[in-house]
Design a protein around this ligand. Sequence first.
Ligand code: FRU
Length: 470
Amino acid sequence: MNVMRDVLASQAALAEKKAREEGKGREECWKTRFHIMPPAGWLNDPNGLCQYQGKYYFFFQYAPFSPYGGLKFWGLYTSEDLTDWSYQGIVLYPDSPWDCHGVYSGSAFTEDGELELFYTGNVKLEGDYDYIDKGREAYVLFTKSRDGENYSPKECLMGMEDYPRDYTCHIRDPKVWKEGDRYYMVLGGRKKNSQGAVLVYSSWDKKKWKYEKEITTSTPFGYMWECPDLFRLQGQQILSVSPQGVPRQEEAFQNLYASGYFFVEEDTGVEAETFREWDMGFDFYAPQTFRDDKGRRILAAWASVPDTEKEYGNPTTEQGWQHVLTTPRELRLEQGKIYQYPVSEIDSLRTEEIPVSQREDIWLEQPCFDLEIEEIDSEEWEIAIEEDCRFSYKNHRAVLEFTGTLGAGRKARRARIDQVKSLRILADTSLLEIYVNHGETVFTSRYYPNRKERQISLKNLSGKVRLFGL
Ligand code: FRU
């Protein structure tokens, strides 16, 4: 019996019931239709993404008691097709001495019919600490299931004494995979000299882990790297991280914290100059990838950035919830770059095709749409969605811009793009994902129109246009 768990479970059940009841009779025009949102309160990172017993499992960082965050749990959604998600409840509670201040991020590994979870247990000591060098403990915890519903007692696999001495207490977010007959784990960390880095461990049995090496840049690239993921795409090793502390620039690293990837050459480090950002919009962080049984490498991210509330917000907090996950995206390596394609299952959400005239504004009776433009041949153009959102291209620069209250404080994000040949805009009620050149560059952003209808206008944008309701 775990009293802590029972208390947390009944409080969370109450919070979710309240959210369901309040949601009912109310016009919730920002509730997403095909993007994962929290049943109540707050959501952040995608965790433990995998396919298990024929279903997709998407766990997520979940703080059910408040739309502004708080104590972290793992919630779970499952789906057969990556579009229609059903909530399965809370799977991990902060109910042990190793994770009493938060069940932090981690990953899933499936083998021999088992679903195994590796995650960070966060413990904050009481006292006068800086919580960087002292006062915080981060454990690597483990639990497994044979049915996806019942999980074994938590086991602690690593603690502070297992990490290198030149690291602060900020070490977290294990991602586990297998190569040959050996298992590997990466952890993200902050070194004592305020340099972000990744720790690599190996194991023969997934229980005893041996420190192998560190991966970082020769000069610091941010002070902390969160949510690492090391995987292969057509044989090429890729390291994805979300670095904090990279100086902001006009057309790069425009968000408070960054997120992107390095190509890793065997046995050498990684270099800051080769880092590529995953997304150029306002809302993208902490992505995680997994391989499914079709052989696809699929990425999903948190459609937000931590600590940005002073710059821009999400008025869904007034309705008791905050944040969503991005559309799952298939990654493909083409000509030395990673392209992000919305998984093809999304196409099945398309309802009727809506006729488009490029001379007149397009009026949609529903908020969700999929706009595709191929063979673009103008050098300078603009798309407006509602009055106050503009996506434009001029002098090889794409700009996503909000005015008024539509972006809830979001202003502009830019990206250098040599030539724009195609565009796809996937719009959910309160989320825009703009895929340029088949996902060569992506802009992800929340937005908050106050009505169900949408008005779209294309200015000087010639090409093959197709528009679908979703
Ligand atoms: C990233 C992150 C992770 C951590 C989790 C806690 O958004 O800070 O590093 O494990 O969120 O919710």
